[in-house]
Design a protein around this ligand. Sequence first.
Ligand code: GLY
Length: 293
Amino acid sequence: MPRALIVHGGAGDIDAERRPRCLAGCQRAAQAGWAVLARGGAALDAVEAAVAVLEDDPEFNAGHGAALNRNGEIEVDAAVMDGALRVGAVGAAPWLRHPVHVARRLLEEGRHALLVGAGALAFAAEHGLHPETPATLVTERARQRLAQELARQAAPAEVPTGDTVGACAVDDRGHVAAATSTGGLAAKRPGRVGDTPLVGAGTYADDRAGAASATGHGESILRVLMTRVAVERLAIGDPPEVAARHAVAELEGRVQGRGGIILVDLQGRVGQARNTPAMSYCAIVDGHLTAGD
Ligand code: GLY
């Protein structure tokens, strides 16, 4: 069976000087995920490994470097889903570096699909995953972004995007998985949960068709169930590139949303689309790497 993996580092307005670092970060993440697939590992392990690399990278809005809420705090969302429709997700979880690992533990436990806030932290602690501090998670870029967003909110011009990180993969047994992680929107209200941890909105996987991870304005993405729409298009035979463009058109046409999506199908084909100025991504298909923004 063909093996493939694609990751994204978030859709939005990426400054020209940041683009090389975002591309390099996506390549490191894709290589970490591919290493799992190449040794015969599961798609679920591959997407978790790839997203953990992106969460560690201060360039991206997830984990270290996550966007700050309007109180200057980090509250993260993340989800993992496999093609057997198993899911684990956390929302508005304070100060976690690797919410993707917490989401994975929840998936494995199999009792609940989504934990939020203090409950997510308590579950994480039971699994040895503890919150960090501003000193280890907050970046200067995140502080600047909060200040800019608070100023922008005083005179709103356009819908912001919640850039996010994510990965989708298909393994050599034909199983798919997706994982997505984000700090959400800068200057969001405390307690806000976006599309990322919601099944079918920011993250979706189905062994009958493929897997998808979305990025962009969460309040728009969740209204059109963007990843579910995209995977349904794979199910009726669309190639991933076509399904990705369809999902972005749905986002824009139905709710005037901004964002992007990555997809993988059962044949090991990948696709991506966005309606923002940029979205860094990297794909590895049968060992061949492609990247862009
Ligand atoms: N797409 C990430 C968010 O809006 O939270």
